[in-house]
Design a protein. Structure first.
Ligand SMILES: N[C@@H](CCC(=O)N[C@@H](CS)C(=O)NCC(=O)O)C(=O)O
Length: 178
Protein backbone atom coordinates (compact mmCIF):
# COMPACT_ATOMS: atom_id res chain seq x y z
CA UNK A 1 0.00 0.00 0.00
CA UNK A 2 1.32 3.45 -0.90
CA UNK A 3 0.70 6.62 1.12
CA UNK A 4 0.03 10.04 -0.37
CA UNK A 5 0.43 13.12 1.82
CA UNK A 6 -1.73 15.85 0.36
CA UNK A 7 -4.19 18.67 0.98
CA UNK A 8 -7.44 19.32 -0.85
CA UNK A 9 -6.39 22.91 -1.46
CA UNK A 10 -3.14 22.24 -3.31
CA UNK A 11 -3.31 22.35 -7.12
CA UNK A 12 -0.14 20.26 -7.25
CA UNK A 13 -1.72 17.56 -5.08
CA UNK A 14 -4.86 17.86 -7.19
CA UNK A 15 -2.90 16.87 -10.33
CA UNK A 16 -1.75 13.72 -8.54
CA UNK A 17 -5.25 12.95 -7.19
CA UNK A 18 -6.76 13.37 -10.66
CA UNK A 19 -4.20 10.98 -12.14
CA UNK A 20 -4.88 8.44 -9.37
CA UNK A 21 -8.58 8.56 -10.26
CA UNK A 22 -7.85 8.33 -14.00
CA UNK A 23 -5.66 5.25 -13.43
CA UNK A 24 -8.25 3.81 -10.99
CA UNK A 25 -5.59 2.96 -8.40
CA UNK A 26 -7.32 4.59 -5.41
CA UNK A 27 -7.44 1.21 -3.64
CA UNK A 28 -3.62 1.03 -3.62
CA UNK A 29 -3.08 4.37 -1.91
CA UNK A 30 -3.75 5.60 1.63
CA UNK A 31 -4.69 9.25 1.23
CA UNK A 32 -3.34 11.22 4.20
CA UNK A 33 -4.44 14.82 4.51
CA UNK A 34 -1.50 16.73 5.98
CA UNK A 35 -1.37 20.50 6.05
CA UNK A 36 2.29 21.50 5.52
CA UNK A 37 2.06 24.34 8.05
CA UNK A 38 1.19 21.82 10.80
CA UNK A 39 4.76 20.47 10.50
CA UNK A 40 3.70 16.92 11.43
CA UNK A 41 6.82 14.89 12.15
CA UNK A 42 5.89 11.91 9.93
CA UNK A 43 5.14 14.34 7.11
CA UNK A 44 8.43 16.23 7.46
CA UNK A 45 10.35 12.97 7.50
CA UNK A 46 8.68 11.96 4.25
CA UNK A 47 8.88 15.38 2.65
CA UNK A 48 12.11 17.18 3.55
CA UNK A 49 11.03 20.38 1.79
CA UNK A 50 7.82 20.35 3.82
CA UNK A 51 5.66 20.44 0.69
CA UNK A 52 2.64 18.47 -0.48
CA UNK A 53 2.14 16.26 -2.38
CA UNK A 54 4.52 13.51 -1.32
CA UNK A 55 4.16 9.81 -2.10
CA UNK A 56 5.64 6.92 -0.10
CA UNK A 57 5.90 3.46 -1.63
CA UNK A 58 7.58 1.07 0.80
CA UNK A 59 11.15 2.30 1.21
CA UNK A 60 10.76 4.78 -1.61
CA UNK A 61 9.81 8.42 -1.22
CA UNK A 62 8.67 10.25 -4.31
CA UNK A 63 8.32 14.00 -4.02
CA UNK A 64 7.10 16.76 -6.34
CA UNK A 65 3.82 16.41 -8.20
CA UNK A 66 5.37 16.08 -11.64
CA UNK A 67 7.73 13.36 -10.46
CA UNK A 68 4.88 11.57 -8.67
CA UNK A 69 2.66 11.72 -11.77
CA UNK A 70 5.53 10.43 -13.86
CA UNK A 71 6.20 7.63 -11.36
CA UNK A 72 2.55 6.52 -11.27
CA UNK A 73 2.22 6.72 -15.03
CA UNK A 74 5.43 4.69 -15.56
CA UNK A 75 4.54 2.03 -13.00
CA UNK A 76 0.77 1.71 -13.41
CA UNK A 77 0.09 2.93 -16.94
CA UNK A 78 3.11 1.86 -19.07
CA UNK A 79 4.00 5.53 -19.42
CA UNK A 80 1.13 5.99 -21.84
CA UNK A 81 0.32 9.47 -20.54
CA UNK A 82 3.76 11.06 -20.44
CA UNK A 83 5.80 9.22 -23.09
CA UNK A 84 3.97 10.95 -25.95
CA UNK A 85 4.44 14.30 -24.20
CA UNK A 86 8.18 13.77 -23.65
CA UNK A 87 8.57 12.75 -27.30
CA UNK A 88 7.11 16.01 -28.61
CA UNK A 89 8.63 19.37 -27.68
CA UNK A 90 5.39 21.20 -28.49
CA UNK A 91 3.46 19.07 -26.01
CA UNK A 92 6.31 19.45 -23.52
CA UNK A 93 6.08 23.22 -23.86
CA UNK A 94 2.31 23.11 -23.42
CA UNK A 95 2.69 20.93 -20.32
CA UNK A 96 5.29 23.31 -18.95
CA UNK A 97 2.98 26.31 -19.56
CA UNK A 98 0.19 24.52 -17.67
CA UNK A 99 2.53 23.95 -14.73
CA UNK A 100 3.83 27.50 -14.93
CA UNK A 101 0.24 28.75 -14.64
CA UNK A 102 -0.19 26.63 -11.50
CA UNK A 103 3.03 28.11 -10.07
CA UNK A 104 1.80 31.63 -10.79
CA UNK A 105 -1.59 30.97 -9.23
CA UNK A 106 0.02 29.65 -6.05
CA UNK A 107 2.37 32.66 -6.00
CA UNK A 108 -0.68 34.91 -6.44
CA UNK A 109 -2.36 33.19 -3.50
CA UNK A 110 0.73 33.75 -1.34
CA UNK A 111 0.83 37.38 -2.48
CA UNK A 112 -2.84 37.86 -1.59
CA UNK A 113 -2.23 36.43 1.89
CA UNK A 114 0.44 39.10 2.27
CA UNK A 115 -2.28 41.72 1.74
CA UNK A 116 -3.34 41.04 5.31
CA UNK A 117 0.19 41.85 6.41
CA UNK A 118 -0.05 45.06 4.39
CA UNK A 119 3.08 44.40 2.40
CA UNK A 120 1.88 42.80 -0.78
CA UNK A 121 3.22 43.89 -4.11
CA UNK A 122 0.86 45.33 -6.74
CA UNK A 123 3.61 44.87 -9.32
CA UNK A 124 3.89 41.13 -8.71
CA UNK A 125 0.12 40.69 -8.52
CA UNK A 126 -0.22 42.29 -11.97
CA UNK A 127 2.60 40.13 -13.39
CA UNK A 128 0.88 37.06 -11.98
CA UNK A 129 -2.49 38.08 -13.47
CA UNK A 130 -0.88 38.54 -16.87
CA UNK A 131 0.85 35.14 -16.77
CA UNK A 132 -2.24 33.35 -15.50
CA UNK A 133 -4.33 34.79 -18.33
CA UNK A 134 -1.69 33.57 -20.76
CA UNK A 135 -1.65 30.05 -19.40
CA UNK A 136 -5.26 29.44 -18.37
CA UNK A 137 -5.23 25.72 -17.74
CA UNK A 138 -6.06 25.19 -14.13
CA UNK A 139 -9.62 26.27 -14.21
CA UNK A 140 -10.79 24.39 -11.11
CA UNK A 141 -8.13 26.08 -8.95
CA UNK A 142 -9.00 29.52 -10.35
CA UNK A 143 -12.67 28.93 -9.47
CA UNK A 144 -11.56 27.95 -5.97
CA UNK A 145 -8.99 30.62 -5.10
CA UNK A 146 -9.23 33.44 -7.63
CA UNK A 147 -12.88 34.05 -8.46
CA UNK A 148 -12.05 37.70 -9.24
CA UNK A 149 -10.35 36.48 -12.44
CA UNK A 150 -13.57 36.03 -14.35
CA UNK A 151 -12.01 33.76 -16.97
CA UNK A 152 -15.35 32.20 -17.89
CA UNK A 153 -16.72 35.57 -19.05
CA UNK A 154 -13.60 36.33 -21.07
CA UNK A 155 -13.35 32.87 -22.65
CA UNK A 156 -16.88 31.52 -23.18
CA UNK A 157 -15.84 28.55 -25.32
CA UNK A 158 -13.28 27.51 -22.69
CA UNK A 159 -16.02 27.87 -20.11
CA UNK A 160 -18.30 25.64 -22.19
CA UNK A 161 -15.53 23.05 -22.47
CA UNK A 162 -14.94 23.13 -18.71
CA UNK A 163 -18.67 22.74 -17.98
CA UNK A 164 -18.61 19.43 -19.86
CA UNK A 165 -15.18 18.33 -18.70
CA UNK A 166 -15.85 18.86 -14.99
CA UNK A 167 -18.28 15.91 -14.93
CA UNK A 168 -15.30 13.61 -15.46
CA UNK A 169 -14.64 11.45 -12.36
CA UNK A 170 -11.05 12.65 -12.02
CA UNK A 171 -12.32 16.21 -11.57
CA UNK A 172 -15.64 15.55 -9.83
CA UNK A 173 -14.02 13.31 -7.22
CA UNK A 174 -11.10 15.64 -6.53
CA UNK A 175 -12.74 18.97 -5.78
CA UNK A 176 -10.75 21.70 -4.08
CA UNK A 177 -11.50 22.59 -0.47
CA UNK A 178 -9.73 24.16 2.52
N1 LIG B 1 7.07 21.68 -7.08
C1 LIG B 1 6.20 21.16 -6.07
C2 LIG B 1 5.47 22.30 -5.37
C3 LIG B 1 4.63 21.82 -4.20
C4 LIG B 1 4.13 22.99 -3.35
O1 LIG B 1 4.66 24.11 -3.41
N2 LIG B 1 3.10 22.71 -2.54
C5 LIG B 1 2.56 23.74 -1.65
C6 LIG B 1 1.06 23.61 -1.49
S1 LIG B 1 0.21 24.21 -2.91
C7 LIG B 1 3.16 23.52 -0.26
O2 LIG B 1 3.22 22.39 0.19
N3 LIG B 1 3.56 24.61 0.40
C8 LIG B 1 4.04 24.55 1.74
C9 LIG B 1 5.29 25.35 1.92
O3 LIG B 1 5.85 25.83 0.92
O4 LIG B 1 5.69 25.49 3.07
C10 LIG B 1 5.21 20.15 -6.68
O5 LIG B 1 4.98 20.24 -7.91
O6 LIG B 1 4.74 19.27 -5.96
Amino acid sequence: MMQLYYTQSSPYANCVCMLITELAIQNQIDMIISHPFDNQESFLQASPLGKVPCLINGQETVGDSQVICDYLDANYNNGDLFNPIYADWRLKTFYSICYGAIDLSVARRIESLREKEENHSIFWQQRQNQGIQGGLSLLGYLNFRHTDIEWDKQYPSLSQFYEQFKARASIAQNLFSD
